[in-house]
Design a protein around this ligand. Structure first.
Ligand code: SAH
Ligand code: SF4
Ligand code: F3S
Length: 442
């Protein structure tokens, strides 16, 4: 049996896609290798969001050349967003690649592999307006058997000025809700205790049932998944602030097993920047949504993404971002320097005019502020008690386990009689900016 090794970079959606790819290929008679060494094909599922994400993959492809020199029949292919963005050009630039396959073409992978086996090159990069892989039951790769991702939609057509995703993932489309509920139920039946529903903008999820007037939106989908069992935790990402509705917050408030954590990428605290970024909301709108979250769900954590040094960003714009961070007091933030992406609105119409050193300085200021806020937030947790879903052994010590509370904060504690995959009560005794330290109380 020939074996494939799948290596994944990028966002959660890419990790979910790799599991679909694994399922398609095992269905076609391939085995899955757990390391490059035993594989006949290496499939690298890639991200194109920032230049450094692409450079990492190119570095990896070049590193694999040494292995190919020893094993002449080893074929390497690129999946995902870089495959879609660069298409056959990527195989010209990295000549040890045998194929590229875009995110909507994974059903064709068995044919692609058959084609390249003899040394040919091949590219499949057609985007689709309908593909959701709804009927494919993903194989769970590198799974802890406790948490799983479920893709509920694909694509994005928000066209934020800086972002490559609409070009690499195509038009937005939603998956049949029944297949989503069935997948979650089947996971729960196999012992999973947490599912994360994934889409670039889950709030615009929508499925029109055959009977007219029967539209299933995201709040209803979420309620249906949460109703499977109170012991199944439900998370979701990502929420675009422009579409975060009160009805979603109401559904969350009605179900204790929908986790108290909302990822709400802000990108900038300056209205001028938000407009230039085509984010379609203002700082005032965003803060109103934050207030709504705190009203419906007083114990909800809020996390974000932010970009430093977008086109024409001034010191004043940057200062407004810092102010916004002080207002919202995020529990966690993913913080990035602006990276120009070919083909986007910003690449075509806006200058990448903040120099690298200045971008770095601004980013570091945001990182330092956020580190301080996260630590202060965590200090307030000391003394509180949470229900924790235990995920496994702490990386530092076998004597300790770690899990997460509903707010998605990691809590580490002495293991005693506790078991991964179960819920236990843990009191927080101490913390760092990233982790809570606690003790079992039940
Ligand atoms: N769909 C999600 C985000 C997906 S990309 C949303 O709209 O919020 C994840 C994050 O990468 C974005 O939120 C943004 O902060 C960052 N990002 C996207 N394009 C970028 C670019 N060109 N340079 C730097 N960061 C970028
Ligand atoms: Fe990119 Fe904007 Fe779509 Fe998010 S919503 S994926 S940032 S275009
Ligand atoms: Fe990257 Fe594509 Fe996700 S560009 S962030 S892997 S959708």
């Amino acid at each position: 049996m020939e074996k494939v090794y799948i290596e994944t970079y990028g966002c959660q959606m890419n990790f979910a896609d790799s599991e679909v790819v694994g399922s398609i290929l095992t269905g076609a008679g391939y085995g899955l290798a757990d390391e490059v060494e035993g594989a006949d094909f290496v499939l690298i599922n890639t991200c194109a969001i920032r230049d450094n994400a692409e450079q990492r993959v190119r570095h990896r492809v070049r590193e694999l050349r040494a292995l190919q020199n020893r094993r002449r029949n080893l074929r390497i292919g690129i999946l995902g967003c870089m495959a879609e963005r660069l298409q056959s050009r990527l195989m010209e630039e990295e000549d040890n690649l045998s194929f590229v396959c875009g995110p909507d073409a994974y059903r064709r992978l068995p044919e692609l592999l058959a084609q390249v086996r003899g040394g040919q090159k091949a590219a499949e990069v057609e985007l689709s307006t309908t593909e959701t892989y709804a009927d494919i039951e993903p194989v769970r790769l590198a799974s802890n058997g406790i948490s799983a991702y479920i893709s509920i939609m694909r694509g994005c057509q928000n066209y934020c000025a800086y972002c490559v995703v609409p070009y690499t993932r195509g038009r937005e489309r939603s998956r049949d809700p029944q297949t989503i509920v069935d997948e979650a139920r089947s996971l729960f039946g196999r012992g999973y205790r947490e599912v994360t529903l994934l889409g670039q903008n889950v709030n615009s999820y929508g499925w029109n049932a055959e009977s007219a007037g029967n539209r299933v939106g995201f709040p209803e989908l979420l309620a249906r998944v949460a109703a499977i069992d109170p012991a199944l935790r439900v998370r979701f990402a990502t929420s675009h602030p422009k579409d975060l509705s009160d009805s979603l917050l109401e559904v969350m408030a009605q179900h204790a097993n929908i986790c108290r954590c909302i990822h709400l990428p802000v990108q900038s605290g300056s209205n001028r920047m938000l407009k230039l970024m085509n984010r379609k909301y203002t700082v005032e709108w965003y803060l109103d949504r934050v207030d709504a979250i705190r009203r419906y769900l007083p114990d909800c954590s809020i996390t974000t993404d932010v970009i430093a040094g977008f086109s024409t960003e001034t010191e004043e714009d940057h200062r407004q971002t810092l102010d916004l961070f002080r207002r919202v007091r995020y529990d966690y933030a993913y913080m990035f320097k602006y990276s120009l992406r070919e083909g986007t609105y910003a690449a075509r119409h806006l200058a990448d005019d903040i120099d690298e050193a200045e971008k770095t300085r601004r980013l570091n200021e945001i990182i330092a502020l956020q580190g301080q806020i996260a630590l202060e937030n965590n200090r307030r947790e000391v003394g509180r008690e949470y229900e924790v879903l235990i995920e496994g052994e702490s990386h530092r010590s076998k004597e300790r386990l770690f899990g997460r509370n509903s707010q998605n904060k990691v809590i580490v504690f002495d293991r005693a009689d506790a078991q991964p995959g179960t819920y236990r009560r843990v009191r927080v005794d101490d913390c760092t900016a990233a982790t809570l330290l606690g003790t079992l109380t039940d």
